[in-house]
Design a protein around this ligand. Structure first.
Ligand SMILES: C[S@@+](CC[C@H](N)C(=O)[O-])C[C@H]1O[C@@H](n2cnc3c(N)ncnc32)[C@H](O)[C@@H]1O
Length: 310
């Protein structure tokens, strides 16, 4: 999965399939920027570090918002991007060419500020488990179920209380490893994940697991075919991020669905209100896109904010 995802995002297919909240409307980035500004003022030299920046749209909207509304913060802020696709880095550099405070990093630097991502964790590879068997795919794309070999998988299932569940489980060890890296990178500050996902209580809603592949915005049922040319994703297990975060000094201070999160940000509410009074086609379209963030994405997407304990 790791290899397939990397290959996929390094090709021009990557620009065709994903369609995310920041791509829907700048109101998403502006709401995040406003939310972050309240925390960034705690730091002398504030840093934002975005994981997996796609086309760079979110970075552009956040920085534009600071330039217009918080000029002092805009002057001080450093914006790092951690991205593995050379193809997307080129796109990001074009979109962000007017922002000298943006820098691309190959490893997570030590920072004081906020590390955040939108639809990044769902791209990290998962182990697919049923009972004591793990799914493997051979070179011809055939499914083979073998005994679980990595002891960390059993430890995870025990710790999360999933023992004996009669359903497919997805274990994202890379998510845990990434959480550790994030914590090590934060001298002090916050970590925010926005993604589609579930909690342990919601697990029974996904008896066959959540891994799917997309091509041209359509679900490809058999994700074992076409690896590298399809976008493979798995829902994020937020209970695991909350539980394992404790090991790395990451204390959860907010966990909401995207609708409730956005509805608490005045910038977003003002934009909704303003657009609802306008009658021109552009405003009507924008209003409908904002509603998509609240309605169809609103429940499915969750927002987790963790604070690094020093
Ligand atoms: C679905 S896109 C989301 C893009 C953007 N955050 C947005 O909301 O539009 C996933 C992004 O994460 C990047 N990515 C996925 N796995 C990665 C990894 N292991 N390391 C660095 N970047 C990764 C992809 O190249 C892509 O930019």
């Amino acid at each position: 999965m790791e290899h397939a995802v990397r290959e996929y995002y390094s090709s021009n297919r990557a620009l065709k399939d994903f369609f995310t909240a920041p791509e829907l409307d700048r109101a998403f980035g502006e709401a995040l920027a406003e939310f972050f500004s309240k925390h960034l003022c705690e730091f002398d030299k504030p840093v934002l570090l975005e994981l997996g920046a796609g086309r760079g749209i979110l970075a552009r909207d956040i920085l534009n918002y600071y330039r217009e509304n918080y000029p002092q913060l805009f002057k001080n802020i450093k914006y790092y991007i951690y991205e593995f696709s050379p193809y997307l880095i080129e796109k990001q550099k074009q979109v962000l060419r007017n922002f000298p405070n943006v820098e691309w990093v190959e490893n997570l630097p030590k920072i004081e500020g906020i590390i955040f991502s939108n639809e990044f964790f769902d791209t990290l590879p998962v182990h697919i488990i049923k009972g004591n068997k793990e799914l493997y795919i051979d070179d011809s794309g055939n499914e083979i179920w073998l005994n679980v070999q990595d002891e960390r998988i059993n430890e995870y299932i025990n710790r999360m209380g999933y023992n004996g569940l009669d359903q497919v489980l997805e274990v994202c060890l890379d998510c845990i490893d990434f959480l550790k890296k994030i914590s090590e990178s934060l001298i002090q500050g916050y970590h925010m994940v926005i993604d589609y996902g579930y909690t342990s209580e919601e697990l029974p809603r996904f008896p066959e697991g959540t891994v799917v592949a997309y091509r041209d915005h359509k679900v490809i049922k058999d994700f074992t075919k076409g690896a590298g040319s399809v976008d493979i994703t798995a829902h994020v297990n937020f209970s695991a991020l909350i539980e394992y975060g404790k090991d790395f000094g990451l204390e959860t201070i907010l966990f909401q669905n995207q609708r409730d999160f956005l509805m608490h940000i005045p910038t977003f509410l003002n934009e909704l209100e303003k657009l609802s009074w306008e009658e021109d086609a552009g405003s009507v379209e924008r209003l409908s896109r904002l509603k998509t963030m609240l309605v169809s994405m609103g429940d499915k997407f969750k927002v987790l904010l963790q604070r690094k304990l020093s």
